[in-house]
Design a protein. Sequence first.
Lengths: 247, 585, 130
Amino acid sequence: MSERVVELEVLRYNPETDSEPHFQRYSVSCEEEWVVLDALNKIKETIDPTLSYRWSCHMAVCGSCGMMVNGEPKLACKAFLRTFDGVIRVEPLAHFPIERDLVTVIDDFVMKLKRVKPYLIPKQDKPVSEGEYLQTPAELKKYKQYTLCINCMLCYAACPEYGLIPNYIGPAAIALAHRYNQDSRDGGRDERQEEIAATEGVWDCSFVGACSEVCPEHVDPAGAIQQVKIKSMVDWYKEHLMPWVKK
Amino acid sequence: METVRADVAIIGAGGAGLRAAIALAEADPKLRVALISKVYPMRSHTCAAEGGAAGVIKSDDSLEHHFNDTVGGGDWLCDQDAVEYLVQEAPKELIQLEHWGCPWSREPNGSVAVRPFGGMKKQRTWFAADKSGFHILHTLFQTSLRFPSIERYDEYYATDLIVDDGRCQGFTAIEMRSGQMKRFQAGAVIIAGGGAGRMFPFTTNGAIKTGDGMALAYRAGVPLKDMEFVQYHPTGLPNTGTLLTEACRGEGGILVNKNGRRFLQDYGMGPETPLGKPVFKTMELGPRDRVSQAFWHEQKKGNMLPTKWGDCMLLDMRHLGEKTINERLPLVRDVTTSYLGVDPVTDPVPVRPVVHYMMGGIHTDIRAATPLAGLFAAGECACVSINGANRLGSNSLTELLVFGRRAGLSAAEYVRSARPGNDAALEAKATAAQARIRSLFEKTGGKESTAGLRKEMMATMEQNAGIYRDANGLSEACTKLGELRHRYAEVELNDKTNVYNTDLLQALELGSMLDCAEAVTVSALARTESRGAHQRLDFVERNDTKFLRHSLAFHHPAQPPRVDYCDVVITTSQPGVRDYSGDHK
Amino acid sequence: MSRRPYVREIPKFRWFFRQPRYLRYMARELSCLFIGAYALMMVWGSKQLADGPATWGAFLERLHSPSSIAFHVLALGFALYHTITWFNLTPKALPVQVGGEFVPDGVIVGAHYVGWGLLSLAVLYFAGAF
């Protein structure tokens, strides 16, 4: 197996001993096919057990290991070493407070996710004994892409609006609200509009599009946000210019 | 110590824990539910399950078929009353998930689609492409946000159950972000902490699957049942161990050796079935234990493809075509392409068996109750047992739903009559637990490292407790694990700070894994027969007279576990021959 | 309590230099200045036209100055940049599902270019170019 020595520059911060974050350099021998996460694991096992970061599945589905790799938000388990030359700089996800080393505080996202009511609010209730709601493959496809969000928050780290306007609900949460709005079984759009059609919702987005560019699951939150904007605009016109038309 | 009071506290917020929490919230909105997990719920390993969840839904299928497949698949070590309950509740649970928004794949008419799976006689595996576990987990997590009575404690690591007055009344847990220990006081506790696959070096399991829930119950005196049964999934990526779902074969993928022969036909799973037209319960749709064992034999014969990651068989899906692969197996294509550089559309994928699932776990009954009053368990960490000696693919997602709910309902019923606890006594026990953790920080001059011991544990498990086992290897493993248990006391933390101390976390996780590993090897050594996933080279036959029984491993703080047995519940299906040859009909 | 989460400051004005994609975005946003200026110039030009042939002639004369030509080139460049980047984003905002499948992005983007072409032709037609 071909190995090479990889240089990593990792942002370290321990609130108990450091006044502010600083970079620490590690050289570690890695296999050619490894990802950044493998390198971090090897550092933790063989060089520095104090290095802290989150990870679990190593297959880009649990969403734990989002970090900035050379300034770009990435899942460490899908950032292949072979795609980088020279020193690889690893930092915690941008726009989130640093708890410790590469671990960020994500309370803000978790609270916002809850606010947008990301669960099915059925059009009409149906007891389990009556079986499933019918949903054609076409109806499924209409929202399927937005169900793929793994909550890794790379999109928040990429979004300059979120960095500048911390109250902005942000890409993933809006995409998940949109996911339920688009679901043929759902009737909860009005409830979600209160959160996502507000200033702190879609109107804080100026369509940079970075969220969709970095999304490891190709969810396209930017698309979801623009679609919510268009629908909200139609709502507004209907309400103010054509009050006789029912929504 | 800060005390969090709840009516029911749940340890683990994966599929089973979330399902239990929702069941509690629906059963009685006034019950305060504390849901704690060492990770955020959406990071739980349920998300990595791919293929689907089994539940009878189509008209050509029956509960009896599902029952028989499960019991036979488990080599008759399943408790049949529990399996009856599972198959009967399964469709309801899967429809319930559908009502909560789970994006199940659909038939053209809008009804849910099902796919074939290994060891199943009919198509009954509900799926959401090949991210079924992911969608189940997120549907449950998002649905749980509806319920104000569920209070989440994300990134809390439970260290000790608090048992007083003969019943479990809570636990202590470390808040990772502050390093503070808190006492959770609850009328009932549900453990849903997942499996322990990380005790092996080559596993599909994520880093978090370190058997913490099992170890908590075990140390509190609850036996671990059937721990010798460790499932190898036949198709893992050879380098990373990443799972390639059984649905690859359910959709029509085939397994060949280096000569291109579909070798499963040589191991009682033949004759060969037509390419791309899988036949239920034979060839590539054989059960996981048999397929993994066939690999082992072929490897011994030198028929496997040598790669830099070891010998591999080939999983060939090319004949499925790009459209089917993209629609039904997108994740598989993504992981093989990115991690291995092999596109299943154009090339066969080298794969090898990989540790995947613990059939064994915390001894529970059909109500998800453990022998310790006030303690319930569900999901992979529990052993009801519906999986017996070998779990059929797509039964585990169903199990975590059915028994997650059951655990919630049982706990709700239990706390209705639970007496209030003795605060002073509980506080004293929590303080003792805190002192144990504190001592880890104060230890100096320790000679051992977490990473070093972990490596040795993994090596001995891989070496001696794999697909085939014998007395020599297992004895060696038992001795080694006993030695590691002693050396574990010599581990000194490198990191003695409080905030998000993953050095501490990993040391505690290693302790859990060592306990589980010893239960595995000691139980395996004691079971001198071959059954399901437990294959002994020195005892090749199944021995129903002696071993149609569940093993129970009891913890001892300073010695190897004591192994006892309890009877298997048989209702309608007497032990028979597991026949996966296609021509028997 | 030993927690002390560290908040990294975002530079309020220089943030868009952190990433090439932010710069591309700012260029798109910046294009509005040139497009706006061009529109103002058109309004001003209309007024000159209304004021009579002499002022109109002087206005046209000024358009020939090197600085005016530079401005036009820049404005045209930004207008094109804006149009192309914006059109490329339209499939996100306006996905079209026909039957089960989504219409490919290229078709939606292409339809915008076709629409643009047709509108331009119509304008030229009414301006008497043909």
